[in-house]
Ligand binder design. Sequence first.
Ligand SMILES: Nc1ncnc2c1ncn2[C@@H]1O[C@H](COP(=O)(O)OP(=O)(O)OP(=O)(O)O)[C@@H](O)[C@H]1O
Ligand SMILES: [Mg+2]
Length: 260
Amino acid sequence: MKAISIQNLTVDYGGQVLAVDDLSLEIPSGQFLAVVGPSGCGKTTLLNLLTGLVPLEKGKIDIGGRRPTAGDPSVGYTLARDSLFPWRTALENVCYGMELRGVPKAEREARAHDVLKQVGLDGFANHFPKALSHGMRQRCALARTFCLDSEVLLMDEPFGALDAQTKIQLEDLLLQMWERTRRTVVFITHDLSEAVALADRVLVMSARPGRIVADMMINLPRPRHVRALQSDPTFLSLYGQVWEQLERGIEMSGGAAGEH
Ligand SMILES: Nc1ncnc2c1ncn2[C@@H]1O[C@H](COP(=O)(O)OP(=O)(O)OP(=O)(O)O)[C@@H](O)[C@H]1O
Ligand SMILES: [Mg+2]
């Protein structure tokens, strides 16, 4: 697995908006890092820089010894919005990334069927996204990301717009999949409970410009089960601490949570 190193990252969108201010961060190989912070604090900006889709202007990012490059097969990502192609079936959507990487057809379809089964969509391989519910579409997107076998996974609020029950199911699924492979993960979320339940480490950012307010290790034992954690005293205490840090970050920035 690959480690990620971020040094003195500053993003000011052409001098217009200071989104990220001098952020430095080391993410060891195989760590599951969650990043939380108020809306507009630069979380998606950070992720876009890690994917290589947005060029780096100030600072340095190193992923396993390389600069971020769009299309790097060792980096996979899942975005918040529904990112499936409407003209492709669930199976074809899951196969898409593997197609780009030149995986032979028989192999990619076998792998896609296997992962679709893991996310509970084995009967829906030939359905188009319009015939799937929102939760099913996000499961399909998750299957597509997991099929890539990327050493680094970048996820921007992948479960943000789901009902509570589906969300817990998918969080548990992600935990199971991750615990088998232990990839390096950067997981962005607004949901503090989700961050603590999934991650090894939670980074709390201040309101814009994004700075690190707290860097907390989550030493809850694994394997974890999201529902069971919700009544676990250690989990509840960590959750309370993350909340306090988030509030501190908002106060430090002059109470501007959510302001753009
Ligand atoms: N392409 C862009 N051009 C100019 N400014 C931008 C651009 N993208 C984002 N910004 C600004 O950068 C700041 C950070 O945006 P970003 O999307 O990274 O926040 P975020 O933490 O992901 O927020 P949310 O939690 O709402 O998703 C915001 O103030 C936003 O207005
Ligand atoms: Mg965002």
